[in-house]
Design a binder for this molecule. Structure first.
Ligand code: NAI
Length: 249
């Protein structure tokens, strides 16, 4: 209940899926949470408050420099500091090099990669007592995958940026790790099925090919993020934690 007591956390992409589950878990573990999303996250915040937690919703585009600065400013002004940053907002385009437009390529890179740089640029100076940054990579950032060239490139960048950030900011007491989920039951997965024009039932069944015979839940990813965010992982930085039911095995 108290893993993040007296901590202030930012969760990007917190209105849905993995981000939502993590914002709820962080709050249940005592953190005051800034739930930032392009979409309206006020329902998530109401749920956290109803459970006795503290949170604020911020409507923001993490590919925007001014929005990233605003998210960090709101965290510091509302809750008095910053200790944890979960860079989680992301999008996917299920297209090959022959299919994806240059504009869509740039958008994937802006939302998945540029956002991590921008959020760190503003968050690191605000983490005056040290802190923990967790970036959402993907199993596909480590091993690649089909029909998702921009996404695979972006997530590989996130994994390696995590190592670079870890080196740069270790002396300031800031740890930086990535969590790398396999298929996880969120709206993004349904969006992928739509993009590929596959029946959801068929797409969902593919998850049963995993060694554990199912996809993960957002809560199972959130549990790993909490581990990386808190003191239990105090000697981990620059690492890529895989949470994929054995998909990389
Ligand atoms: P989701 O689609 O449920 O949630 C993503 C959230 O990010 C949404 O609330 C969306 O509004 C927000 N978002 C999108 N663009 C944004 C922007 N420019 N600024 C602010 N917020 C923005 O997806 P899910 O599955 O929860 O994804 C979370 C992260 O996990 C993503 O980085 C995704 O790439 C990664 N991931 C997901 C996997 C899965 O199977 N669901 C597997 C591996 C990685």
């Amino acid at each position: 209940m108290n893993t993040l007591r007296n901590k202030v956390a930012i969760v990007t992409g917190g209105a849905s899926g993995i981000g939502r589950a993590t914002a709820e878990l962080f709050a249940a573990e005592g953190a005051a949470v800034v739930v930032a999303d392009l979409a309206d996250a006020s329902e998530v915040v109401r749920g956290i408050e109803a459970a006795g937690g503290r949170a604020v919703a911020v409507r923001a585009d993490v590919s925007s420099e001014t929005d990233c600065e605003r998210i960090v400013t709101i965290a510091v002004q509302t809750f008095g500091g910053l200790h944890v940053l979960f860079n989680n907002a992301g999008i996917i385009r299920r297209q090959t090099a022959l299919e994806i437009s240059a504009d869509d390529w740039d958008r994937v890179m802006a939302v998945n990669v540029r956002s991590v740089y921008l959020m760190c640029r503003f968050a690191v100076p605000a983490m005056t007592e040290g802190g923990s940054i967790v970036n959402t990579g993907s199993g596909w950032g480590l091993k690649g995958g089909g029909n998702a060239l921009s996404y695979c490139a972006s997530k590989a960048a996130v994994v390696n940026m995590t190592r670079a950030l870890a080196i740069d900011h270790a002396a300031a007491g800031i740890r930086v790790n990535s969590v790398n989920p396999g298929d996880t039951m969120t709206p993004m997965l349904r969006d992928e099925a739509r993009q590929l024009q596959e029946e959801w039932a068929v797409f969902e069944k593919d998850a049963a090919d995993r060694p554990m015979g199912r996809a993960g839940t957002p809560q199972e990813i959130a549990a790993a993020v909490l581990f990386l965010a808190g003191e239990a992982s105090s000697y981990m930085t620059g690492s890529a934690l895989v949470v994929d039911g054995g998909g990389l095995a």
